[in-house]
Design a binder for this molecule. Structure first.
Ligand SMILES: Cc1ncc(COP(=O)(O)O)c(C=O)c1O
Length: 400
């Protein structure tokens, strides 16, 4: 008897229904492959929304975690531990920044960025007390805290969670004139995703990111790049901003930084920005813990070789060529960069959810977003043959 139906039922019975997962129950994984409780194998083309950029259980990351589990797992930041300095230094160097502030989840990194930008505004820029404002983009996704959903334009994410945090101005994504017009003397930061993942892997027009950089510099405003989903190799470069030769004032990182093992996020910025925080003004019990640092240091070392960025660029070209060939044959549009793609399914054929369910039946796991869009973000360890396989399964689903 199959174990999946009962396991799905049990999972639904004992949890709040804040997710609508596909009805598969995974029990083990390696590299780009997952196995469910009934022994069926699936090619993972979501990679935990980019938290698994290096695949499941990458041997170097697992070894780092095991070694650290046997020595020291948690100290709190009340004491310093021996994994902390290397992690912060190596990540700061990868980002080309002076300092790093480690947290845990992506949302915490975003909250940290908002707090630092506001404090910087008051203490360095000289904004009047209580007036700091941050410009954000329509279609953003930066996490689920009350402050972050306050400036979401997705009603599902936002409705009925008020009262909302003030201090944010929303402008259309990709529209530089609108962004520039929204900036005034109280603006402390522009916070954007260099590619909007949750919105459907939306790539802004060429020149937008350099334009944002210019507008921020001209107006003494911090450019905060949320690279939580787009960063750390996903797009064929270390950061999505790299494709346009842009360096933000602050990187927000998460997801892949924890190697798919532990939640690790971080803010990276120069000392004139992160230096505004003094003891007691911000923190987290688990942020920068020894286990997190041990794993994340190994993640940074994997990225330092450039191998994963190269794989993402080369294999991404193959993925996008395969997907482009399906435009007009079930796909309306394909967007993305590197091993990251947003596909709009022809709504006359099926919904995004139906496409995901049919792909799962064919052993390929992806997830829908916003109705008819599905997002592909396979682990960067995926092979050419596996990409071809995924595209072939999609073609078969679209052909009905
Ligand atoms: C761009 C971006 N920022 C922030 C977050 C929030 O991260 P977390 O779910 O770890 O809080 C996400 C998660 O999908 C994201 O894609």
């Amino acid at each position: 008897m199959l174990r999946t139906p009962g396991a799905v039922r049990d999972a639904e019975r004992w949890t709040a229904h804040n997710y609508h997962p596909l009805p598969v129950v995974i029990s083990s994984a390696e590299g780009a492959w997952l196995t469910d409780v009934d022994g069926r194998r699936y090619l993972d083309c979501l990679a935990g929304y980019s938290a698994l950029n290096f695949g499941h259980r990458h041997p170097k990351l697992i070894a780092a975690a095991h070694a650290q589990l046997d020595r020291l797992t948690l100290t709190s930041r009340a004491f310093i531990h021996d994994q902390f300095a290397d992690f912060c230094r190596e990540l700061a160097e990868l980002c080309g920044k002076d300092l790093v502030l480690p947290m845990n989840t992506g949302a915490e990194a975003v909250e940290t960025g908002v707090k630092v930008a506001r404090k910087w505004g008051y203490q360095v820029k000289g904004v009047a007390p209580g007036q700091a404002n941050i410009v954000v983009a329509e279609g953003n996704f930066h996490g689920r805290t009350t402050t972050i959903v306050s400036f979401s334009t997705d009603e599902d994410a936002r409705a009925d969670f008020g009262p909302y945090t003030p201090g944010f101005t929303v402008v259309p994504y990709g529209d530089l004139d609108a962004l520039a017009a929204a900036i005034d003397e109280n603006t402390v930061a522009v916070l954007i995703e260099p590619i909007q993942g949750e919105q459907g892997v939306v790539v802004p027009p060429a020149g937008y990111l350099p334009g944002v950089r210019r507008v921020c510099t001209d107006n003494n405003v911090l450019f905060i790049a949320d690279e939580i989903q787009s960063g750390l190799g996903r797009t064929g470069a270390t950061f999505a901003c790299d494709h346009e030769g842009v360096t933000p004032d602050m990187y927000l990182l998460g997801k892949a930084l924890g190697g798919g093992i532990v939640p690790v996020s971080a803010v990276a910025a120069d000392a004139n920005v992160l230096g505004v925080l003094k003891p007691g003004q911000h923190g987290s019990t688990f942020g920068g813990n020894p286990l997190a640092c041990a794993v994340a240091t190994e993640v940074v070392r994997l990225l330092t070789t450039g191998e994963f960025q190269r794989r993402s660029a080369e294999l991404g070209a193959r993925l996008h060529a395969g997907l482009q060939a399906l435009v007009g044959r079930g796909l309306v549009a394909v967007r993305g960069r590197g091993l990251w793609a947003g596909l709009d399914i022809d709504p006359a054929l099926m919904t995004g959810r139906e496409a995901c369910e049919r792909l799962a039946e064919r052993g390929v796991l992806v997830k829908d977003t916003h109705g008819s869009t599905i997002r592909l973000a396979p682990p960067l360890v995926i092979t050419e043959e596996e990409i071809d396989h995924a595209v072939a399964q999609l073609a078969a689903v679209l052909a009905g």
